[in-house]
Design a protein around this ligand. Structure first.
Ligand code: F1P
Length: 346
């Protein structure tokens, strides 16, 4: 996160500098819509991007699986900006989605980790995430770096389009600047997460629920568990639970909630009560010092409190650790999960 932000945000003056997209500032000011295309974890980062860009820059955003988008006949115009997100920069579906959008006249920004990879080469402009090489197949630090890059794009667009006041921007950038320290504090939950992992490692299923900016975090928590522990896991918006997944809940079902003290806290608390009433096992990611959820949940993991927009950067960490410890306890190879490739180039 520090490397992604370095030299790009100036909290004291309220300035966001994104050299990679500077030449397209006029374009950014005039676009009608942003379409984000990506696959896997990068798609989840895209969903956080949607939340951030709509919230701060007030530009309508659509988030598309590149693997679907490329085979549709989507409506794209020169007034669209396509943001393609990819850790490797080589994902074939994302490349194909870019080619399609380019043919229709859209401007392409790449958000990529690998300098000089194919996706940055075919993009008009972009932001490198500088997360360093991902050692394992499953994306982890790339996710946090992608979300950071999208946060910077959201604030840059907001500033350029006059959608945010300078004092608000200074406030947000000051908070964003503190995120690397909060992430370090969040990592201290490791031993506690390991104990929780030991308690639930034999489950066959797991549900992850969150609202607002934490909904993509729920999806990402579920994907990490699937990818490296081979446990069937589903992520849902917590409000969707009553429309189906609630039927799955019994004493065998661990349900992981992202229940930090943000705008949807009260609603998430009532979702936790619904799960407890059906004897589900609740694991809740909460803000430090929360007592209400602590009294309800079977396990809580405390993380530092932050602005709702930045929660994904912190709340994802215990979920990555949970998937990691469960995978190790089940004897899985966390770096080389079966059937998965680092970059899917076909
Ligand atoms: C997309 C992705 C990763 C996943 C795995 C397969 O890659 O789905 O999110 O962890 O490595 O590919 P990328 O386009 O972000 O490189």
């Amino acid at each position: 996160i520090r490397d992604c932000m370095r030299g790009r945000i100036y909290p004291k003056t309220g300035k966001v500098q994104l050299g990679g997209i500077k030449e397209y500032t006029e374009k950014l000011k005039n676009i009608d819509r942003i379409i984000i295309v990506a696959c896997g974890t990068s798609w989840h980062a895209g969903l956080v991007g949607e939340y951030l860009i709509e919230e701060y820059a007030r530009i309508p955003v659509e988030v598309e699986y590149a693997s679907e988008f490329r085979y549709r006949n989507p409506i794209i115009t020169e007034k669209d900006l396509v943001i393609a997100i990819s850790q490797s920069g080589e994902t074939a579906d994302t490349m194909a989605a870019i080619e399609l959008a380019k043919e229709k006249g859209a401007t392409i920004f790449g958000v990529c980790n690998v300098v000089g990879a194919s996706i940055p080469r075919v993009s008009h402009a972009g932001v490198y995430t500088h997360a360093g090489p991902e050692i394992g197949v499953a994306s982890t630090k790339a996710f946090t770096a992608q979300v950071t890059a999208l946060t910077l794009i959201a604030f840059y667009a907001a500033q350029q389009r006059g959608a945010i006041t300078q004092s608000k921007l200074i406030e947000y950038l000051t908070e964003l600047n503190e995120i690397p320290d909060l992430v370090e504090r969040a990592l201290l939950c490791n031993d506690h997460v390991k104990e929780i992992a030991a308690a639930i490692k034999d489950t066959n299923n797991c549900l992850f629920l969150g609202r607002g900016s934490s909904f993509p975090v729920a999806l990402e928590g579920a994907l990490k568990l699937k990818e490296i522990s081979y446990i069937h896991a589903e992520g849902y918006p917590a409000a969707e639970m009553k429309h189906g997944p609630i039927a799955l809940i019994d004493e065998e079902m661990p349900v992981v909630f992202i229940a930090t003290k943000n705008s949807s806290y009260e609603k998430v608390v009532s979702n936790i009560q619904e799960v407890k009433a059906r004897k589900g096992k609740v694991i809740a990611i909460v803000s430090e010092g929360d007592v209400d959820v602590k009294n309800m949940a079977d396990y809580v993991i405390e993380i530092p409190q932050t602005n709702e927009a930045f929660v994904p950067l912190i709340a994802t960490i215990p979920l990555q650790l949970l998937a990691y410890h469960i995978a190790v306890m089940r004897g899985c190879n966390v770096d080389q999960p079966r059937n998965l490739a680092k970059s899917v180039t076909v």
